[in-house]
Design a protein around this ligand. Sequence first.
Ligand code: MN3
Length: 193
Amino acid sequence: MAYPLPALPYSTTALEPHISAKTFSFHYEKHHRAYVDNLNKLIVGTEYEGMTLEGVILNADGGIFNNAAQTWNHTFYWDSMRPEGGGEPTGEIAKLIDESFGSYAHFVEIFKTAGMTQFGSGWAWLVEEDGKLHIVKTANAETPLTTGQKPILVCDVWEHAYYLDYQNRRPDYIQVFLDHLVNWDFANANLAE
Ligand code: MN3
């Protein structure tokens, strides 16, 4: 059974002007779809066929891992955003951000630094481990699922996520992600799981 390209939680124009429909359609229709298609091709006849996507990520390596993890990471990224999102969080995640980082402002500083200093392609994550929140960056397809941390939010910092809209200005894109796009309801739901 083939892995599906999951439906988007909103339309490709819903995050404008922060992320253009052009960026979105390339990112979802070309990049995300390619990871799904590649995974479905590579997995045929292997021991991973029939596993859940998470199972493949935890057990495979090489190209199968890369395409499985990129499939999962992108779905998690779309869900990490929403129209008119961003700004200060509410609910349990707000309390835990204060406990873990001292303040929302300090969280923003550390998250931005993680995203900006991920050399080359990768991801900036908010994760939970041992009752506290942490910010981690991963390279290429790497995901905190393999290190036992619970993903709460993610920002894609591969160039394809922002180049058409922000060119080389990755810090501006991350700031917009934090100010206008973060889906704190999704973060709270992940935390409660
Ligand atoms: Mn991407």
